[in-house]
Design a protein around this ligand. Structure first.
Ligand SMILES: [Ca+2]
Ligand SMILES: [Ca+2]
Length: 392
């Protein structure tokens, strides 16, 4: 699985070229349609193009990339005096085709040169605003979209590198409920950017071995919007043919700064990444219903450099440890929690044992421990609970 779409770099060059080209044309023609300064706003009576807003919802984001994919390669009349780097309504002649919902293909030609192609992405990125919260297109029986981390717990100790990369797969559909006849998809993730590196803290790499298509058959694009704590991602096919299937379509890599986690007082820090919005379309641009996981994808950082004395009382109430004092065995019983593991610390804070926990009830031997007071550091799906026990 390699970083497939090198257009991030290519696009930077393209952005430069397009800016250069259009600064030249606007000097050459010297005229733009300005919707604010003319006494009669031409966009009130005609269907003006806002460059980058291909789906005509009033903003430019990666949902618009899917429209570029729908019309990819189509041609129509050029937009006279197009100024793609200005966010103003621009008069344009209608093209022959429109989407099922009535958006004319001229809106997909965001640079106005008469063809829908890669260069029409540049105005989307130039006028970008983050994709918005809310998932409107769900169906509980529809194919699932989920984010799956490759690990669920990271232990931090003095041997941990300062940057830890967390990988998660964006997985769509399943063998039982595959995606059917899809053409494009877009989604955005919410994440805690205070924990990630400032540059390339989040990378989303399309998996070009997946069912949606190989390198030349799709455009995949991601935008890391750190200040919004958000990362946007979209994939679209290009050849007007829908596909069906399921599997991992991309890998999201978060570069986590361990110093930041180490600087916090908590011993346990969850890194949760919900999918906040998603949209899947067919070749006509119609919505394909999907379902999203209610529970966000999560990795728990456990900072072993921190003392275990911070006790979460509410969780501790859901954990029973008996007998106390103990001699041979200690039983750990959980109520409405799923046990993961227990670390046992002596009164000096040294870890003396680790045991896996069973679902609800586990018996662990303590007859090998010297008499004294111990802290049981019990990890569950809802967090950490500490229990003090005496071994006699
Ligand atoms: Ca739009
Ligand atoms: Ca174009």
């Amino acid at each position: 699985m390699k970083k497939f779409f090198h257009l991030r770099t290519t696009h930077q060059i393209l952005i430069g070229l397009v800016i250069a080209l259009f600064s030249f044309t606007s000097v050459a023609y010297g005229q733009t349609i300005n919707t604010t300064n003319t006494s009669v706003n031409p966009c009130l009576s005609t269907d003006c193009v806002f460059p980058g807003d291909a789906d005509k919802n009033g903003k430019a984001d990666l949902y618009d990339l899917m429209s570029i994919g729908m019309g990819f390669g189509k041609t129509g009349p050029e937009r006279v005096n197009a100024t793609p780097m200005e966010w103003v309504g621009q008069m344009a002649l209608d093209w022959e085709e429109s989407t099922a919902s009535g958006v004319n293909y001229k809106h997909f030609d965001s640079d106005g040169n008469g063809i829908i192609d890669y260069q029409d992405i540049t105005p989307i990125i130039h006028h970008y605003s983050p994709m918005e919260k809310g998932v409107d297109y769900t169906s509980s029986t529809g194919p699932r979209i989920s984010l799956d981390f490759e690990v669920d717990t990271i232990f931090i100790n003095e041997d941990t590198e300062n940057i830890v990369t967390l990988n998660a797969g964006i997985v769509v559909g399943s063998a039982d409920v595959p995606m059917e006849d899809i053409y494009g998809m877009a989604l955005f993730l919410d994440y805690d950017s205070t924990l990630t590196e400032a540059t390339e803290g989040v990378m989303i790499n399309y998996n070009d071995n997946c069912f949606i298509g190989g390198q030349n058959e799709v455009i995949a694009y991601d935008q890391d919007l750190r200040s919004n704590q958000q990362a946007d991602f979209a994939i679209t096919r290009l050849n007007s043919q829908v596909v069906s299937g399921y599997g991992r379509v991309a890998t999201v890599s978060f570069s986590i700064i361990i110093d930041v986690i180490d600087g916090r007082s908590e011993r346990t820090i969850p890194f949760s990444v919900p999918i906040f919005g998603a949209k899947v379309i067919n070749q006509q641009g119609n919505i394909v219903p999907i379902s999203l996981d209610i529970k966000p994808a999560k990795v728990i950082f456990i900072n072993e450099n921190k003392p275990t004395s911070v006790i979460d009382n509410s969780l501790a109430n859901q954990v029973s440890v008996f007998p106390n004092p103990a001699t041979e065995n200690i039983n750990i019983e959980l109520t409405d929690l799923i046990g993961e593991q227990v670390n046992i610390f002596n009164s000096l804070g040294q870890k003396v044992a680790t045991h896996k926990l069973d679902q609800t009830s586990t018996s662990i031997p303590v007859n090998n421990l010297s008499p004294g007071i111990y802290i049981l550091n019990i990890q569950t799906d809802k967090g950490l609970a500490n229990k003090r026990v005496v071994v006699e």
